[in-house]
Write a protein that binds this ligand. Structure first.
Ligand SMILES: Nc1ncnc2c1ncn2[C@@H]1O[C@H](COP(=O)(O)OP(=O)(O)OP(=O)(O)O)[C@@H](O)[C@H]1O
Ligand SMILES: [Mg+2]
Length: 245
């Protein structure tokens, strides 16, 4: 309650991420496929935003552009004061390594590395000074509830545990934005709920916002805000803020 009151009394906050009229078309042979047809959205700091929409509606396509992996055919993406749509590939890659973390449906862990080493890898990529690694890796694995599984390799972990290692890996370098593409799709409902509890906890304790896709109605209830993709646009009548959060 206190938090809500202080939020409303502060001056209007700048969004962390702003998407303005984004169009993405693909040329497939002689056919032009218009997947995104004018997307508008915002993600505020420390917000949990979800994208829903039927298979093939363009959720992954959009998420890739939010992370600077792909660029819009037309339109603007602003992240943390930077304009992705005017930056070079190399410039976007540098921003992504420093400020963004990715989580995928199938965890994307390196199978021969332990949980600890997988998390360490993202600090190496982000060029975090080596003397800080030990404390940060330990902290992140504790945060996702894997303090007792730090030296297991992926095949020695359950699906939910592997996804929690992937979360630790995604947050290790202290990004301000996490992008997660159907992070709970491979998990049963109990493990999915655990992953969502971890997401809530990292938003509470780290300065990070999360934007994720999901098909699962019970997962959608945990969001601060839900955007629904319909025919290449967000359906205004379906976008909503959840009361519970
Ligand atoms: N590189 C590409 N070239 C051509 N078409 C593409 C490309 N990437 C995506 N598409 C098309 O764009 C559409 C949207 O794909 P996307 O993967 O974004 O959907 P999605 O909403 O993530 O679906 P799902 O829920 O199944 O993951 C699909 O019809 C897909 O075939
Ligand atoms: Mg997808």
């Amino acid at each position: 309650m206190d938090e809500m009151q202080s939020q409303t009394s502060e001056p209007l906050e700048e969004p962390l991420l702003t998407v303005h009229d984004v169009v993405r078309s693909f040329q497939v042979g002689s056919v032009q496929l218009d997947v995104l047809k004018g997307i508008h959205m915002q993600v505020m700091r420390k917000q949990l935003v979800m994208l829903k929409g039927r298979s093939g509606s363009g959720k992954t396509t959009l998420l890739n552009m939010l992370g600077g992996l792909d660029v819009p055919t037309k339109g603007e993406i602003r992240f943390n004061g930077l304009s992705f749509h005017t930056m070079s590939d190399d410039e976007r890659t540098a921003v992504r390594r420093r400020d963004i973390g990715f989580i995928f449906q199938t965890y994307a862990l390196l199978p021969l590395l332990s949980a600890w080493e997988n998390v360490e890898l993202s600090l190496r990529l982000a060029k975090t000074p080596k003397h800080l690694w030990k404390e940060r890796v330990g902290h992140c694995l504790e945060l996702v509830g894997l303090g007792k599984r730090m030296h297991h390799r992926p095949f020695e972990l359950s699906g939910g545990e592997q996804q929690r290692v992937a979360i630790a890996k995604a947050i290790a370098h202290q990004p301000t934005l996490i992008l997660a593409d159907e992070p709970t799709a491979e998990l049963d409902s109990q493990m999915g709920a655990q992953v969502m509890a971890v997401f809530r906890e990292i938003i509470r304790t780290e300065d990070v916002a999360i934007c994720m896709t999901t098909h699962d109605p019970t997962i959608l209830e945990v969001a601060d805000y839900v955007y629904e993709m319909v025919d290449g646009r967000f359906d205004r009548s379906s976008n909503h803020t959840n009361q519970a959060s």
